[in-house]
Design a binder for this molecule. Structure first.
Ligand code: FAD
Length: 325
């Protein structure tokens, strides 16, 4: 009978994704000592990554290594994950709710005719298995789901689940996974990074976002200076993405990225429900808006009524002084 957890651990260019390690840590927590936890890493020359994966205390780490895994491709990675599932027979397959996780897990779930729930923000253990909490209707409601299929697939929202405390004595069993060749209809020959985003938005612990209140694309520098002082990623509302002021990869919200940073600073953003759907799970929200009745203030931990072009440079200046001390 299916038992335990299999966690797909994502790597890009030989770097482990923190959000995958959060998913693995959560699997370890849910399994406690009672159910096996297996991690799967796929790529070319990725064995060295098992050191980082081991810190989250899986029982076993499966390594699928081959030259054709160097770049992510849905078909070849789906073949690797499917083979791992056949070998491990887990009750739950977990991954981070990243672009890769959201692409891969539903496809493999369909192969196994299994349940798949994405963007989960809480896992609860019940007598008959896991229950998963998933925000719905742009975050206005939360659905609690139970799983009936023998194997079920779940992606976890980044920055919500805690990382495991590392124990020095833990040593996972490391095994190579032999993957049956996939019939690849599309092959990724290379990836050209746009270089636009210095820090990945969905994993950033601080985000400074701009909306229509920044007046025009020539003013991103004002927010970027604040980002530089805070080590923050730059986000945006859809209005400014649609206006062509910034690339879509920066968009936060229902039709953009869902983020949960420690600190979210919304600059000149009104707080439409579709924007809130992407950032309302941030730990601390600071809103800067010149309209005291802007809806964002109802959701902000701290609200500053004022002009972005007054407040943000002053904030940046103070942080610069603090950082240079
Ligand atoms: P506005 O609503 O125009 O707000 C601008 C704010 O800036 C105002 O509150 C104003 O008071 C303030 N302001 C102006 N000048 C200054 C200044 N100098 N200093 C300080 N404050 C100033 N939106 C998203 O963001 N993400 C999504 O993913 C998304 N998905 C959507 C999906 C659907 C199906 C639909 C219908 C809409 C979606 N939207 C989304 C759009 C959303 O409804 C809003 O239109 C959008 O979020 C508004 O962006 P904004 O806050 O930048 O602009």
């Amino acid at each position: 009978m299916a038992n335990g957890y299999l966690v797909f651990v994502e790597q890009r260019n030989g770097q482990l994704r923190k959000s995958s390690l959060e998913a693995l840590s959560e699997a370890r927590k849910q399994a406690a000592g009672n159910a096996p936890v297996t991690a799967l890493v796929v790529g070319d020359n990725v064995k060295a990554l098992t050191v980082g994966i081991n810190k989250c205390k899986p029982d076993t780490i499966l390594v699928a290594e081959a030259a054709h895994f160097a770049n992510y491709s849905t078909e070849s990675y789906a073949a690797a994950l499917s083979d791992a599932i056949k070998q491990v027979d887990p009750r739950y397959v977990l991954a981070a709710n990243t672009a890769m996780g959201k692409d891969l897990l539903p496809r493999v779930a369909a192969r196994f005719d299994a349940a798949c729930l994405t963007d989960v923000v809480e896992l609860r253990s019940a007598a008959d298995g896991l229950q998963a909490v998933h925000p719905m209707y742009s975050g206005k409601a939360r659905g609690v789901f139970a799983f009936k299929s023998p194997v079920s697939f779940i992606t976890l929202r980044p920055n919500i689940f805690a990382l495991s405390e590392h124990e020095n004595g833990h040593h996972a069993v490391i095994q190579d996974l032999a993957v049956s060749p996939a019939k690849e209809r599309a092959v990724v020959k290379g990836i050209k990074a746009s270089g636009a985003s210095k820090i990945e938005l969905s994993e950033a612990s601080v985000i400074v976002s701009g909306g229509r209140g920044i007046k025009g694309p020539e003013n991103w520098g004002v927010l970027q200076n604040l980002c530089d002082q805070l080590g923050a990623a730059l986000g945006a509302s859809r209005a400014v993405v649609d206006a062509g002021w910034i690339d879509h990869q920066h968009q936060v919200g229902q039709t953009g990225k869902v983020v949960s940073p420690q600190l979210y600073i919304a600059c000149g953003i009104s707080g439409a429900i579709q924007h809130l759907a992407g950032m309302s799970s941030s730990k601390v929200i600071v809103a800067i808006n010149k309209d005291p009745d802007a809806p964002i203030f109802k959701h902000a931990t701290y609200g500053i009524v004022g002009d972005v072009f007054d407040i943000v440079p002053k904030l940046t200046e103070e942080l610069k002084k603090a950082n240079s001390n």
